[in-house]
Every structure is written in structure tokens, then in C-alpha cells.
Design a protein around this ligand. Structure first.
Ligand code: MUC
Ligand code: MG
Length: 371
């Protein structure tokens, strides 16, 4: 069965966060959702979303560049062509180099539309969901140890989350370690706490901090050093028993193979934006599975559309380290008619064809930047 796209439209939607979200490279007070809508033959609509963190602070694409990449380069290649599925879409999109964040939004919108065409959820197009409740941690990133502790305790008490990630790397390494150890000790032995340094340390700082965090019972150390220092990351992973999670250092299947060949023994964080879409992220996941590398379902702090797209992919995998698909909870509002359900430390994969969610176009237009 083929899908013919008739029109592609993009919007930039700015939504405030519930509190400042502090990472090593930026503090977020707003998230910009780059939304794409495919209008296809037979009246089928597909939605996709691309996000990043802090404009160009995190990655090489901005929301504005994603929109222009789609409007100017991807849409003209795709509109009017009969697309028989993901492989056909892939071949066309390969004519544009790079720009995986923009391609992720397009691949998501295509999967949403194609799923509606064949009356199947995206997870079924990607191999089939193994479960519908996926573990989802919460990231503590207020910048204050006391506030993070209170936030963590409140979320544990109401049962929404059972595991946490801490954003560190912006302060001195001594302060980072003190902050993480204090939070871990207060939240307790049974609560999984991991840290994301977002490339904030030098090798020497990492060598000082990692054994201290390991000793305190921190469970994972995410991207401690610069993404380009893969030999050092491989070395660090071999030195300690605590698992090192490669995030910025591993975007797609090719980079996964490179790290595995170098002897990496840690885990991989998957993100649909890094790889170029849910299907592309699964290619990295399958390489990792074949090499015995454990997996973690990562977020680019997407709203509901991008989060659900990733959940469909992650639901087909065994994720030893769970997921961090909490993005919609960080936003004060969203553009969908029904919020995702978060309960007992998990997020529930929606049912229905395509993404399984409906977009509220009035809300979208309310938040959208004027053209
Ligand atoms: C990252 O690097 O993992 C994920 C959660 C969060 O708070 O930031 C992102 C980015
Ligand atoms: Mg990370």
C-alpha cells in the first residue's frame, strides 16, 4: 500500500517549562516544539515533532533550522510521490545529508500517517510492542540540592516516579559530587539515581568523580566527557564497575558500531532525534543488542508527539535501564487533546492507529509563532 503526501506544513510552538531546567550547557525556561503536519491522500493526517535543547546549545540543529530543512529541502522531495513504506521514505530522505532532528520529525509524521492508512499503531510497523507500560524516570535539574530533594520526595510519595536522573556538569566537580551524593543518600538505597554530566568534565575530573559517585550508590554516569573523546570514554567504562551511558557520543548505528569496535562496555542512550527517527533509532538499538550493549530510552525533551513516537519504538525493545520519557511533564501545556498517563513509575503507550493521539489545532495555533 502506498501513501501519497499532498502537503507538508510546519509550525514553531513555544511552551514554557514548569520550572527552570538547568543543564551543563543551558538553562531552559521554554521548550520549542517544531511540529510538522503531513496531509495525505484519502484525508489522512500525520504529525511529527522535532525538539532540541537550548537553541544551538545542545546539538547542531535548531528548531528554526529543522523547519527550514523540511520546508525547503525535504518536503519538495516527498510531496506527490507514492511512498510504499519506511524504506522508500528512507531512500528519499537520504538525498538530504545530516539534519537528523528534522528527519526524525518527518519520519514520525510519515509513520503516524502510514499507521492510519493501514490501521496499525506505529509500534506494530516497527516490530510490535512487547509491553504498554514503560518505566519513565524524572530529571531533577532545578539547580538547588534542597529543591531537587523536595521534588524527588514529592514524586516518590505520589508514586509518579521511582527513579531519577540528576543534571550536573555546570558547577565545580566537587559541588557536583556533593550534590549527587546528598540527593542519593536522602532519597534512599532503593531509589535509582543516575547523573548526566552532558560532557561537562575533563578526563581528570571524571577520574576523580566517578569512584566517589559509584561508592555513593549512583547507578549510571551519562556522558561525563566530550562527545569526541571516544577512546577516553571506552577507557573510563573499563575502569569502573558502574555503567557509563554514552549519549552525545552515540547518535546512530554507524557510531554505535564504531564505539563497539573500540571495545566500549557501557550502555547506549537512544534518541529518535539523534538517529533521524524512531526507525533509525531502532537500527542503533539492534546493533547494540547484537553486541550485548544495554539500552536506555532517551529524550530530547520532546512534547507529547515526539515522546509517543519514541515510546512506540522503545516498546519493541528490552531496555535494561528503562526510559526518561518525561518531556511532556516538564511543559506547562501541550498541543494534544489527551495528556499521556504517568503512574507507578511508568508511562503508558497510547493505543490506536499511528501515534494513537489527537492534536488540538486550536491550541497549536494559540502557541505557534506568527509566520
Ligand atoms: C540529555 O542529554 O539527556 C534528557 C533529559 C533531560 O533533562 O535532558 C535531556 C538531555
Ligand atoms: Mg544525556
Amino acid at each position: 500500500m502506498s501513501l501519497i503526501i499532498e502537503e507538508v506544513r510546519c509550525w514553531l510552538v513555544d511552551i514554557p517549562t514548569i520550572r527552570p531546567h538547568k543543564l551543563s550547557m543551558t538553562t531552559m525556561g521554554t521548550q520549542t516544539l517544531m511540529l510538522v503536519r503531513l496531509r495525505c491522500q484519502q484525508g489522512i493526517i500525520g504529525w511529527g515533532e522535532g525538539t532540541t535543547i537550548g537553541g544551538l546549545g545542545y546539538g547542531v540543529e535548531s528548531p528554526e533550522s529543522m523547519k527550514i530543512t523540511i520546508e525547503r529541502y525535504l518536503a519538495p522531495l516527498l510531496v506527490g510521490k507514492p511512498l510504499s513504506g519506511l524504506s522508500a521514505l528512507n531512500d528519499v530522505m537520504a538525498m538530504v545529508r545530516g539534519n537528523t532532528f528534522a528527519k526524525s520529525a518527518m519520519e514520525t509524521a510519515f509513520l503516524d500517517a502510514y499507521g492510519k492508512l493501514v490501521n496499525q499503531p506505529i509500534s506494530s510497523l516497527l516490530g510490535g510492542a512487547k509491553y504498554r507500560a514503560l518505566p519513565a524516570l524524572w530529571t531533577l535539574a532545578s539547580g538547588s540540592t534542597q529543591q531537587d530533594i523536595e521534588e524527588g520526595q514529592r514524586l516518590l510519595a505520589c508514586g509518579r516516579h521511582r527513579a531519577f536522573k540528576l543534571k550536573i556538569g555546570a558547577k565545580s566537580v566537587e559541588e557536583d559530587v556533593r550534590h549527587a551524593v546528598q540527593i542519593k543518600q536522602t532519597l534512599g538505597e532503593t531509589v535509582h539515581v543516575h547523573v548526566d554530566v552532558n560532557q561537562g568534565w575533563t578526563l581528570a575530573q571524571a577520574l576523580w568523580a566517578i569512584p566517589r559517585l559509584q561508592e555513593a550508590g549512583i547507578t549510571l554516569i551519562e556522558q561525563p566527557i566530550a562527545l569526541t573523546e571516544t577512546a577516553q570514554l571506552v577507557d573510563l567504562a573499563k575502569r569502573f564497575t558502574i555503567t557509563l551511558l554514552a549519549d552525545e557520543a552515540v547518535t546512530d548505528a554507524k557510531q554505535g558500531i564504531d564505539l563497539i569496535r573500540q571495545g566500549f562496555t557501557g550502555a547506549f542512550a537512544l534518541k529518535i532525534a539523534k538517529a533521524g527517527g524512531p526507525f533509525q533509532a531502532l537500527k542503533l538499538a539492534h546493533v547494540a543488542e547484537a553486541a550485548g550493549i544495554s539500552l536506555y530510552g532517551g529524550t530530547m525533551l520532546e512534547g507529547t508527539i515526539g515522546t509517543v513516537a519514541a515510546l512506540h519504538a522503545w516498546s519493541t525493545l528490552s531496555l535494561e535501564w528503562g526510559t526518561e520519557m518525561f518531556g511532556p511533564l516538564l511543559l506547562k501545556d501541550d498541543v494534544v487533546t489527551q495528556p499521556l498517563v504517568y503512574q507507578s513509575g511508568c508511562v503508558i503507550l497510547p493505543e490506536g492507529p499511528g501515534l494513537g493521539i489527537d492534536v488540538d489545532e486550536d491550541k497549536l495555533l494559540h502557541y505557534a509563532r506568527p509566520e
